[in-house]
Every structure is written in structure tokens, then in C-alpha cells.
Design a binder for this molecule. Structure first.
Ligand code: SF4
Length: 250
């Protein structure tokens, strides 16, 4: 069974190289990292210990009917998607996000296999600490890999896995997307080191401001835009945040 937090859409992909495109989301439950600024902490901050890792300190309810953990088969998820959109007749992008979806790639195979068979484009959003397996990978059209920087407060040994990032690079279907805080110079230098270490082409790197409201998101984006472009990186805004703030159903 899959551990799922949300199935929602139709939505606009707000981040990364597919920003602006029509999609539906399958958000898995559970994560192997603990980012202090995580905007989906409801998928993992369900104990006192984990809640203390977040900036807000909020402890979420694992059994919350809207955002908590649901145990679902691939058929259950397909039915939930089908209630939102006729994926079989009108294929679109299905974004498999989290949490950390790569923790459940074995369980995800039947789901992505069926969706890809219908012509859906499967996009995966991951923090890049778990390498893709062939049985899963063959159905994936795009990975948006978001390695976490020091600003996430995760220890380096947990958040940086060069050999895993290299495996994603080798698929030829991966983009790097790094979250940048207002003190952007320090973060951009860390991205430079990472890109060089892993050998990712700068043209497949995007930087994105951290922020859960349109004002702070745009302020950081404006501040760092020129410095990012000079490095050859793309700039991802957070379209859903600009449109709808931090509404988790958008
Ligand atoms: S890796 Fe993603 S889901 Fe996990 S804690 Fe960090 S931002 Fe949140």
C-alpha cells in the first residue's frame, strides 16, 4: 500500500521547469529529511521530535482526513485522480511529490505504470537522496531534484548525496532546483559548489526563492535574479504561492 497525504487538482505546477503547466498532484506521506522551512511539513512533522525541527514548531495530526496519512492501493489513487480529471481520455501531467516520493518508489510502480500507459507525463519531485530504480524510472518523464542546502538545517551527511545526484543526472531527465533564502549570496555559492561537484549543466539548474507568501517570494526573487542569471541558472518562482498563498490544496 502507498502512504499518501493528498491527491488534488487540476492544479498549476508552480515550481521548476514545468511551471505554469496543467497537472494533478499525488503527494506521498513521509520524508527522510526535516527541512526547517518545509511547506509540506504535514507529511512528516507528526511527532514532538519532528515538529521541533520546523520553524513553526507545529505538530500535525497523522490521522487528519485532509492532509494526514491515507493507506491507498494504486487503484485507490487512480480512482481519486479519476474523480478529479479523466486522465485516461485527457492525459496530463501527474506530479508525484511529497514528502519524499522516492521512499516509496517500489509501491509507486503499478500507479506510474498505469498512468504512463494512458499517456500521462509523470513528473517526480524529490530531494535527491534516494536513487531511482529501473522499474520505476522507466515510467518517469521528468525529475525535479531539489537538493537541500545548509539553509534547510538538515545535517550535510543526510542532505547531500553526490552519487545519487549523479544517478539523476545520468537519466538525462533531471533538473536541479535549489531553494534560496533572502541571504542569497551564501546560498548561490553553495549551489555553485554542488553543481560543480556533481557535474550538472548550469542550463538544467534552477534557483527558487523560499517563501509562503507572494511578497517575500518576489522580494527574494528580485534580489537574486541577476546573480542567478549570470551563473547560467534559471529562476523558478512559486506560481501557486503568487496566486493562492500557502493554500495546501493548490
Ligand atoms: S525534503 Fe521536501 S518534504 Fe522533506 S522536509 Fe524537506 S522540503 Fe519538506
Amino acid at each position: 500500500m502507498l502512504r499518501v497525504s493528498q491527491v488534488f487538482g487540476p492544479a498549476v505546477q508552480g515550481e521548476g521547469p514545468a511551471a505554469g503547466r496543467h497537472c494533478l498532484f499525488v503527494r506521498t506521506f513521509g520524508c527522510n529529511l526535516e527541512c526547517s522551512w518545509c511547506d509540506t511539513a504535514y507529511t512528516w512533522a507528526v511527532t514532538d521530535h519532528k515538529a521541533a525541527k520546523t520553524r513553526s514548531g507545529v505538530k500535525y495530526d497523522r490521522d487528519d482526513p485532509a492532509l494526514g496519512q491515507k493507506l491507498m492501493s494504486a487503484q485507490d489513487v487512480l480512482a481519486s485522480l479519476g474523480a478529479l480529471w479523466d486522465v485516461e481520455r485527457r492525459p496530463t501531467i501527474i506530479v508525484v511529490s511529497g514528502g519524499e516520493p522516492m521512499m516509496q518508489q517500489r509501491e509507486l510502480v503499478p500507479l506510474v505504470e498505469q498512468l504512463a500507459g494512458w499517456g500521462a507525463e509523470i513528473h517526480v519531485e524529490t530531494a535527491g537522496t534516494i536513487a531511482p530504480w529501473a522499474a520505476f524510472d522507466r515510467h518517469i518523464a521528468q525529475y525535479t531534484v531539489s537538493p537541500k542546502l545548509a539553509n534547510s538545517s538538515n545535517p550535510l551527511s543526510k542532505r547531500r548525496k553526490p552519487e545519487v545526484l549523479a544517478a539523476f543526472r545520468e537519466t538525462g531527465r533531471a533538473w536541479l532546483k535549489c531553494v534560496i533564502e533572502p541571504d542569497y549570496e551564501r546560498d548561490l555559492e553553495e549551489v555553485d559548489d554542488l553543481v560543480q561537484e556533481v557535474g550538472f549543466p548550469p542550463s538544467r539548474v534552477m534557483v527558487m526563492p523560499e517563501g509562503s507568501d507572494s511578497h517575500s517570494t518576489l522580494m527574494t526573487a528580485r534580489a537574486m535574479a541577476d546573480a542567478a542569471l549570470q551563473r547560467g541558472y534559471g529562476l523558478s518562482l512559486r506560481t501557486h504561492v503568487l496566486l493562492w498563498g500557502d493554500d495546501p490544496s493548490r
